[in-house]
Design a protein around this ligand. Structure first.
Ligand code: FES
Length: 88
């Protein structure tokens, strides 16, 4: 794995990561353990970590419902967290 740094924004906040990390990896490394809520308000972030549970959804470069655990983070990605209401 390269040590090349990357920079993404999450809800307008700049975060740095390393090329090859998933979006979830960058978020977790930044101390974020949840970034979405269910309709009941329960926090969600990474649960399975392998793309099976869909708990880690967020919007990447205006594409909604991207699984953070499966999407490699790319330099310049603009990410928005999303709530359950956006999907219904
Ligand atoms: S954590 Fe389960 S799909 Fe991403």
């Amino acid at each position: 794995m390269s040590d090349r740094p990357i920079r993404i924004t999450v809800d307008g906040e700049a975060l740095t990561g390393i090329a090859g990390q998933s979006v979830a990896g960058v978020l977790l490394a930044a101390g974020r353990i949840s970034w979405r809520t269910t309709r009941s308000g329960a926090p969600r972030g990474v649960f399975c970590g392998i793309g099976a549970c869909f708990d880690c959804l967020l919007t990447v470069n205006d594409v909604p419902d991207v699984r953070a655990c499966r999407r490699p983070a790319a330099d310049g990605d603009e990410i928005r967290t999303q709530s359950r209401e956006e999907n219904t």
